[in-house]
Design a protein around this ligand. Structure first.
Ligand code: AMP
Length: 281
C-alpha cells in the first residue's frame, strides 16, 4: 500500500505513526528508471521510503521550462507502487509556499554560482531552500540524490554539513540508456534526431576519460578533448569543466586527485547536463 500525502500536516502525521528509519527521495516527478534506482537505494538502507513529487517554482529562472515541465502524477504513483515506495509527498505550490514566496532562502555561496550556476544564477538557492524545507517536513534519516546532478549533490552535502542537518546524504550512480545517454525527465523534449545527437554528451565524457586512462593528466588537454568531441558533432557546449568533486573548485592544471568532468549542452528545447568521475572507481 502506498499513501499519497498532500499536506505538511499529513506528512508529519504519517511519520509519527511510522516505526524504523525513513529514507527521502526528492523528485520533480515525470519519473523514470533513474528515480527508480534512487527508491531502490533507499529501500536497501531505510525501513520506509518517502518520495516527494514537487515541481519547485523557486528553482526555475524566468525564461526556463517551469510551465512546460512534464507532469505525469498518475503514472508516477503507479511506478512508485511497483518499486515499493511507502509514501508519496505531493504538495501543491500553495502548501509549500503559503505566503506566496519564501523570504528566507538557503544559499551555498560560490558552490551555487559555478558550473550550471553561471547560466542559472538563482537555481541552486531554489534547490537548497526546497530541500531544506523537505528535510524539515519529512525528517528523514537518509536523503537520496542522483550523481547525474553532481553539483546539486555536492551543494546539498555542503548545506547539510554547514547547517548540521541530522540526515545522511546518499549519492546514487547515474542510470543511463544503453546508448550512454543519462536518463532525464527533460529527454522528453528531444525529437528523435536530437535524441541521437544527445548521446554525444556521454561519448564526449568517455573520450575525456580514455585520455585520462591513457595517462594524460593535463586538465586543459582533457577538457579540450571533451569540448572538441561536442563541437565536431555540431554541438555548442555551455560549459565543460573539470572540478574538485566536493568543493566544485576548478581542478589543478595537473590532475592529482579524483576529478569530476561536467558539461552542459543545449539541444533543441532541452538543456542537458552530464558528468563523469576521473580517477575513482
Ligand atoms: P529530478 O526529478 O530530475 O529533479 O530528479 C530527482 C532526483 O533524481 C535527483 O536527485 C536526480 O539527481 C536524480 N536523477 C535524475 N536522473 C537520474 C539518473 N539518470 N540517474 C540517477 N539519478 C537521477
Amino acid at each position: 500500500m502506498i499513501e499519497v500525502l498532500r499536506t505538511v500536516d499529513g506528512m508529519r502525521r504519517w511519520h509519527r505513526q511510522t516505526t524504523g528509519t525513513v529514507g527521502l527521495v526528492p523528485t520533480m516527478g515525470a519519473l523514470h528508471d533513474g528515480h527508480r534506482s534512487l527508491v531502490r537505494a533507499s529501500k536497501g538502507q531505510a525501513d520506509r521510503t518517502v518520495v516527494s513529487v514537487f515541481v519547485n517554482p523557486l528553482q526555475f529562472g524566468a525564461n526556463e521550462d517551469l510551465s512546460a515541465y512534464p507532469r505525469t502524477f498518475d503514472r508516477d504513483v503507479e511506478l512508485l507502487k511497483e518499486v515499493g515506495a511507502d509514501a508519496v509527498f505531493y504538495p501543491s505550490v500553495e502548501e509549500m509556499y503559503p505566503r506566496g514566496e519564501s523570504l528566507t532562502r538557503v544559499a551555498v555561496g560560490r558552490m551555487g554560482q559555478v558550473l550550471c550556476g553561471r547560466a542559472r544564477p538563482i537555481h541552486f538557492e531554489g534547490v537548497t531552500t526546497v530541500v531544506m524545507k523537505l528535510l524539515h517536513i519529512v525528517e528523514p534519516d537518509y536523503a537520496f540524490f542522483g550523481e547525474k546532478d553532481w553539483q546539486q549533490l555536492a551543494v546539498i552535502r555542503r548545506m547539510v554539513e554547514d547547517m548540521n542537518v541530522p540526515v545522511a546524504v546518499v549519492g546514487v550512480p547515474t542510470v543511463r540508456e544503453a546508448s550512454g545517454l543519462a536518463l532525464s525527465s527533460r529527454n522528453q523534449y528531444l525529437t528523435p534526431a536530437e535524441h541521437r545527437l544527445a548521446r554525444n554528451l556521454s561519448k564526449a565524457l568517455e573520450a575525456g576519460r580514455s585520455r585520462y586512462e591513457a595517462g594524460e593528466r593535463n586538465r586543459d588537454a582533457i577538457r579540450q578533448t571533451i569540448w572538441n568531441w561536442l563541437q565536431e558533432q555540431g554541438l555548442e557546449p555551455e560549459y565543460v569543466e573539470l572540478v574538485d568533486p566536493d568543493s566544485l573548485e576548478t581542478a589543478p592544471r595537473q590532475l592529482d586527485a579524483p576529478t569530476v568532468a561536467a558539461l552542459a549542452v543545449r539541444i533543441g528545447r532541452a538543456r542537458l547536463i552530464d558528468n563523469l568521475m576521473l580517477g575513482r572507481n
